[in-house]
Design a binder for this molecule. Structure first.
Ligand code: PEP
Ligand code: MG
Length: 885
């Protein structure tokens, strides 16, 4: 099978496999696409992801067939550029880059300037007429190859460069002359021999295969694995390898390299956006080693910066670039993220892909592109990642609050964050693990820092531009980031930080404003997000296109109000036990639990009744006639027991019962496995008076609200943890009896339903029978996951990440539904429930109700609604619309 595809020059781009990202990766497919629409792409070839998968699985050497295909493809490059690979007179140099199906910025390896050796370097010098350039390229190559392919620490080479500069009294790399680079290459090669006991490879073919092998291996590097886990990228995709003729942005002042976006990736504004560096190679921009300059005059002026923009310094090349931007946006109908090089005045495109963007930018672009006629509403709905909305729904800094601004950097990723300063990724992870909010402060970040960036609330770097690693990764993760704050200097040894004249230490509080780039001492108050504008427009489109309803899991009037603002269409789960933990009530709850008999329990419940009635009344008022599913008490009683002598003492005083007696009662209630113990409807069966009180509070509140507001709520009373029809039958009879009593007492009957949660495998299997009693089912997929997998939802954290790493579960099954397993039970219960009671109302209220992938599954099964926590409601609305399309 063909597994090597050439592009550029007169290559044939007609095989559809070549433009299929699953085969040639994102970079390879887009290079072929750009070449085929006539854009200037240096010639090259792509080795498919299939070869990577084969290589990683078999661990075997490369096949003769692959070697033959690569040799032929190399000839294509040689012919197109008129240079020979390894030719001592005029050598072809190539880059070797990874390119997975989706972009994984900086996660995998790249080798540039490959094809240089002691002979070809002279050829490059004479062919280019630039000795310094040739030796500079060679030293870059030796360093990169030694790091990426030979596995040597790049610090060794950096140190040698620093010493060389010091010896010469140089400050910047640009002061190094040809002979200086030449001596450095000798030193670099010596380092390789010393470290490895063999010399740096001079055979260019050996170099090439070494680099290909390294790129394949980098798919399984630790940092790539972490990135895959965070971004749900399957391990079996593999990466493609792209080998491409080098073009040089470091051939003097008519050469440059840059990265650009066709629209602003932070705000979504329709304006070219990017950075470039004159006389530099691509990695210099991305690595944040030199601070790049603006692409456009307008951006430079807005930032009040001095160095000329590309538009001003290289108007011709800029003109070509702007033209390419328009072609690409029209072709892909999406914002593009582009890498380019100008070699002695000629523009070359090295990459294009759909650009990563902030949620705010994604929204704005989606809405504006519909207005521009570039895409339709459905495409706009699909364009926005529902989880990304999370970024928009969170607070920003209060503009009126005082700010003690220490310095400013670049506004690299929006949002506000406060937390304790930490100076390395491991500390960030461990502090965050114990519940602290942290801000990760680094000189610059690298892919090794990714776990710390994820653990942090925000990221601050001293160096690097808007497209530096920190900026790109933070935007992708939705973390606020301020980059290139050059006033920040870090002393890792003393764990201190200097910002201008201020000295701070690890653990001090810092606030970042990713929208302005400001860095502030202490914690600054925040304000709620703006839900109008583009957000409202997209949500309206989503609502128009979705079938499922979206409710919320909420039990306080404030949460209900918030959820309604976010568009909730009812309550899918009101966990009434949360109302029991209130400081004023817990004593009555404890008296109820520890009472010796029904009489004692009833006395305590009497105290709780008015409180519960008030809770429900407020909730019904906020929900104004929308359906409200209220679940009767669920957690094991032992969760409410007093802890420690002080609490027992308080309770003894309040109840007039002796401490020893209370302690004995508590001992009797102790359970070894409470989550599978005396909880859920089992409480209602053994202590019916508890459910009786709750039902009474619900109906009395509903009657009051119906009378007062005329907007009668429709309580949907839900019985938890049912396994059998008989449990539901008994408890439904109890609820119906209370309803009858209350309606007679108040003279105000209201409509209501009694249904159940399906959260035990037996309930799912017996759903046909259970539906004879229950008017609705709500899938409690938290418990259903726990009980189907036999994995404790409270303890799974200890081992689940290992399970995900090893590919046993594709994702944490408590976050994203195990569709293959638990999903079957949901599907089966839905079918059996409907068979008994056509039109039975079906919803989901486990955490999965706010997870886009699980919501997609709910649509497939035909559930009527999903229910999610208030902040997840917009995510669920959008995900439900995407699932409907
Ligand atoms: C569930 O089990 O999915 C559920 C929603 O109930 P809880 O999380 O309260 O157990
Ligand atoms: Mg449950």
């Amino acid at each position: 099978m063909k597994t090597v595809y050439t592009f550029g020059g007169n290559a044939d781009h007609s095989d559809p496999r070549q433009k299929d990202k699953t085969v040639t990766g994102g970079k390879g497919a887009n290079l072929a696409e750009m070449a085929s629409i006539g854009l200037p792409v240096p010639p090259g070839f792509t080795i498919t992801t299939e070869e990577c998968v084969r290589y990683l699985q078999d661990g075997a050497d490369f096949s003769a067939d692959l070697r033959a295909q690569v040799a032929e493809a190399l000839t294509h490059i040689e012919k197109t550029v008129g240079k020979g690979f390894g030719d001592a007179a005029d050598p072809l140099l190539v880059s070797v880059r990874s390119g997975a199906r989706v972009s994984m910025p900086g996660m995998m390896d790249t080798v540039l300037n490959l094809g240089l050796n002691d002979e070809t370097v002279a050829g490059l010098a004479s062919a280019s007429g630039d000795e310094r350039f040739a030796w500079d390229s060679y030293r870059r190559f030796v360093q990169m190859y030694s790091d990426v392919v030979l596995g040597l620490d790049h610090g060794l080479f950096e140190e040698a460069l620093e010493i060389a500069k010091e010896d010469k009294g140089y400050y910047a790399d640009t002061e190094m002359e040809a002979s200086d680079w030449q001596s450095l290459v000798t030193e670099y090669k010596q380092i390789v021999s010393d470290e490895l006991g063999k010399s740096f490879p001079q055979d260019v073919t050996e170099q090439l295969w070494g680099a290909i092998r390294a790129v394949f291996d980098s798919w399984d590097s630790d940092r790539a694995k972490v990135y895959r886990r965070l971004n749900d990228i399957p391990a079996d995709w593999g990466t493609a390898v792209n080998v491409q003729a080098m073009v040089f942005g470091n051939m003097g002042d008519t050469s440059a390299t840059g990265v650009a976006f066709t629209r602003d990736p932070a705000t979504g504004e329709r304006a070219y956006y990017g950075e470039y560096l004159i006389n530099a190679q691509g990695e210099d921009v991305v690595a944040g080693i030199r601070t790049p300059q603006y692409l456009t005059k307008a951006a430079r002026e807005a930032a009040n910066a001095k160095p000329l923009s590309m538009e001003e310094a290289m108007p011709d090349a800029y003109g070509q670039l702007a033209h390419v931007f328009d072609l690409l946006e029209n072709h892909y109908r999406d914002m593009q993220d582009i890498e380019f090089t100008v070699q002695q005045g000629t523009l070359w495109m090295l990459q294009t892909r759909s650009g990563k963007r902030t949620a705010k930018a994604a929204l704005r672009m989606a809405v504006e592109m519909v207005d521009e006629g570039l895409i339709d509403e459905e495409t706009a709905i699909r364009r926005v990642d529902p989880m990304a909305l999370d970024q928009l729904l969170h607070p920003t800094l209060d503009p009126d609050a005082p700010r003690n601004v220490l310095t400013s950097g670049l506004p690299a990723s929006p949002g506000a964050a406060s937390g304790k300063i930490v100076l390395d990724a491991d500390t960030a992870e461990s502090w965050a693990g114990r519940g602290e909010k942290v801000i990760l402060v680094r000189v610059e970040t690298s892919p090794e820092d990714i776990h710390g960036m994820h653990a942090a609330q925000g990221i601050l770097t001293a160096r690097g531009g808007m497209t530096s690693h920190a900026a790109v990764v933070a935007r992708g993760m939705g973390r606020p980031c301020v980059s290139g704050a050059s006033a920040v200097s870090i002393d890792r040894a003393t764990k201190t930080l200097r910002i201008g004249s201020h000295e701070l230490k690890e653990g001090d509080l810092l606030t970042l404003d990713g929208a302005t780039g400001q860095v502030m001492a202490g914690e600054v108050p925040t304000i709620e997000p703006e839900l109008a504008g583009d957000f409202a427009v997209l949500m309206e489109w989503a609502d128009k296109h979705r079938r499922m309803r979206v409710r919320t899991n909420a039990e306080t009037p404030d949460d209900c109000r918030m959820a309604r603002q976010f568009g909730a269409e009812g309550i899918g789960l009101c966990r009434t036990e949360h109302m029991f933990f209130d400081a004023n009530r817990i004593s009555a709850v404890r008296q109820m639990i520890l009472a010796d008999d029904e009489k004692g329990r009833r006395a305590a419940l009497e105290k709780l009744l008015p409180e519960q009635r008030k809770d429900f009344r407020e909730i019904f008022e906020v929900m104004a006639g929308l359906p409200c599913t209220i679940r009767l008490l669920d957690p094991p009683l032992h969760e409410f027991l007093p802890h420690g002598d002080e609490e027992f003492e308080e309770l003894a005083n309040a109840s007039g019962v002796g401490i020893d007696h209370l302690k004995r009662r508590a001992g009797e209630l102790h359970e070894f496995n409470p989550m599978l113990g005396h909880r859920g409807c089992r409480l209602g069966i053994t202590f019916p008076e508890i459910y009786e009180m709750q039902a009474r509070a619900i109906f009395e509140a509903a009657c009051e609200v119906a009378k007062d507001s005329g907007e009668a709520p429709v309580p949907e009373i839900m019985i938890p943890l049912v396994a059998t029809k008989r449990e539901l039958q008994l408890l439904k009879a109890l609820v119906d009896k209370v309803a009858g009593e209350v309606f007679e007492e108040t003279g105000c009957p209201v409509e209501y339903l009694v249904g159940t949660m399906i959260e035990l495998p037996r309930a799912a299997l017996m759903a046909g029978e259970i539906a004879e009693e229950g008017a609705f089912f709500s899938f409690g997929t938290n418990d259903l996951t726990q009980t189907t997998l036999g994995v404790s939802r409270d303890d799974a954290g200890r081992f689940l990440s290992a399970y995900v790493d090893k590919g046993i579960f594709p994702r944490d099954p408590f976050v994203s539904l195990d569709i293959d397993g638990v999903g079957q039970l949901v599907e089966l219960a839905a079918e059996r429930g409907r068979a008994t009671r056509p039109g039975i109302k079906l919803g989901i209220c486990g955490e999965h109700g706010g997870d886009p992938a699980s919501i997609g599954f709910c649509e497939k099964v035909g559930l009527d609604y999903v229910s999610a926590s208030p902040y997840r409601v917009p995510i669920a609305r959008l995900a439900a619309a995407q699932a409907s399309l």
